[in-house]
Write a protein that binds this ligand. Structure first.
Ligand code: NAP
Length: 498
């Protein structure tokens, strides 16, 4: 009987066509010769960058490192234009790679996976989509990213709002015109810090609702000049070796200096130099900023003094510098004129710390104290159901049941790659791997190469099924926790890192 469901059989299936999925397709199809396809919800390639098109959206990794390093040819042919690539330039790059490697013919665009089931007797994964497709494959690889499941906080009354609301991670492709509108932005993480200065320039009035004050370092973005572009093209080997040998995968080294072992003058001067260099490089100025509270306090004090210098209203500066966590214990944002934006006449800061949002009413946002802010538009820069969110949403069922249930006490797995009782399933940059603590494309290449070689090994040795050993997964997860506990990362109230 024709029930309208289309069955399709492959050797390997990949979910997601961002940096990780594209490279995985290339390796499995072109190096191992496997019949492979990608299933992708979006209508184009890009992954997180397909959806994140909010004003000011730009990568915090520097262009010369935020790229693939598996192909010298791609490196030499592609031309980045600025220190940090903006969202559209990253999409152009990924489209260029996909076209160059002829990947798009093996991508099912506009197909949203709602269930993945391991069929034990057939030793196959069945992947079902909302578009009535049923895919079958021996190998299943999730390339869904760590930050793709958007978080719109459950605030009472949102459905009654008469204006329009947007989440930065689901930005309308045609853009949004804020001209003449009163905009409220909730959230001051990396995204909100990028978006506010751009929205402020366009709208009639911007109100930024801040729950937790945040550090930010000036990005100091600038166009590349011809000499630098040429240098990057000519130094493939050196750049590759650099990103593959630094702990963060970024194209710069982290200092060996310890904060308290240099004199006060030298410390100030090093911090100042790092501030002038800008961006994530600032975090590498000392080796112990994330392991020593005393060291971290020095950096925190320095950054707060810089924020105070930038913001003219002392009350606003106080709210912006009332930061309750160590520097970089949350993902450290970098910005272009974020703090300066609060000097504009059309921008206001609302401190939610002791006066949270109570509800959204038809004309705006009401705080617990009863104060009302009238708005025409609300921008949720409120982040993601990070790390596990995109995976559990796939409704993956292994030999012992559903992943959501298996991970009810935390995402136990091995190397962030493989989960016990989920045979022949691999995650690219899953929880418990360096992933978001690093420059993502570098960690992605490492995982894709590992998965490819593991599948090659299974084929060579005629192994039909492979999964993580439960003891190994427990040991790995404990090891990750032990390492995290030697850092300041757990000393944060709200952090998607945790
Ligand atoms: P985020 O870091 O999770 O920040 C979310 C913000 O929303 C925080 O300020 C949070 O406050 C606030 N918030 C959440 N729920 C709220 C509520 N109910 N009421 C009031 N405030 C609320 O999310 P993000 O800024 O989207 O960044 C996520 C990650 O995406 C980044 O850390 C980064 O890794 C990545 N990203 C990268 C780039 C880039 O490379 N350029 C750019 C943007 C984002 P609390 O702090 O109090 O929780």
């Amino acid at each position: 009987m024709d029930n309208g469901i289309k069955d399709m059989h492959y050797d390997a299936l990949i979910i997601g066509a961002g940096f990780s999925g594209l490279y995985q397709l290339h390796r499995l199809r072109d190096d191992l010769g496997l019949d492979t396809a990608i299933i992708e919800q979006g209508k184009g390639v890009g992954g997180t960058w397909y959806w994140n098109r909010y004003p000011g959206a730009r990568c915090d990794s520097e262009s010369q490192g935020y790229a693939y390093f598996f192909s010298k040819k791609i490196h030499e042919e592609w031309q980045w234009s600025e220190r940090y690539p903006c969202h559209s330039e990253i999409r152009q790059y990924l489209n260029y790679v996909a076209d160059n490697l002829n990947l798009k013919k093996d991508i099912f665009f506009g197909s949203k996976v709602y269930r993945c089931t391991f069929l034990t007797e057939q030793n196959l994964w069945r992947i079902q989509t909302e578009q009535n497709e049923s895919f079958f494959a021996k190998w299943l690889i999730t390339a869904v990213g760590c930050l793709s499941s958007t978080n719109v906080p459950k605030i009472a009354g949102l459905s009654s709002f008469k204006g329009t609301w947007y989440h930065t991670g689901q930005w309308p492709h045609e853009g949004v015109n804020f001209k003449g509108r009163k905009v409220g932005q909730i959230g001051t993480g990396s995204t909100g810090i990028q978006a506010a200065p751009v929205i402020a320039q366009e709208c009639e009035h911007l109100t930024v609702f801040q729950r937790t004050a945040n550090y930010s370092i000036p990005a100091r973005n600038a166009p590349w000049d011809d000499a630098y572009s040429k240098w990057v093209k000519n130094h493939f080997r050196e750049l590759k070796s650099l990103v593959k040998s630094t702990p963060s995968g970024h194209p710069f080294r982290i200092s060996n200096d310890l904060t308290m072992e240099v004199s006060e003058n030298e410390r100030r001067s090093l911090l100042n130099d790092a501030w002038l260099k800008g961006g994530l490089r600032f975090r590498g100025v000392f080796n112990d900023l994330l392991t020593s509270s005393k060291a971290n306090q020095q950096a925190a004090k320095f950054i707060k003094s810089k924020i105070q210098e930038k913001v003219s209203n002392p009350e606003t500066a106080k709210v912006l510098t009332d930061i309750d966590h160590p520097y970089a214990a949350k993902r450290p944002p970098i910005d272009t004129n974020y703090f300066e934006t609060f000097n504009r006449d059309n921008v206001a800061l609302v401190d939610l710390k002791d006066n949270p949002i109570s509800e959204i009413f038809p004309n705006g946002i009401r705080l617990q104290s009863g104060i009302e802010h009238e708005l025409d538009a609300i921008v949720f820069a409120t982040g993601f159901d990070a790390m596990t969110g995109p995976l559990v949403k796939l409704n993956i069922a292994g030999t012992e049941g559903n992943l959501r249930n298996y991970w009810r006490n935390g995402p136990m797995n091995y190397l962030g790659l493989s989960i016990p009782s989920f045979p022949n399933l691999f995650m690219i940059t899953g929880p418990g791997s360096p992933s978001v603590l690093s420059n993502m494309p570098v960690s992605i290449e490492q995982h894709v190469d590992w998965i490819t070689e593991c599948i090659r090994y299974c084929a060579d040795k005629k192994i039909d099924s492979i999964e993580a050993d439960e003891d190994a997964a427990k040991d790995w997860t404990t090891h990750v926790d032990e390492i995290a506990n030697t850092t300041l990362l757990p000393k944060v109230k709200h952090s998607w890192y945790l």
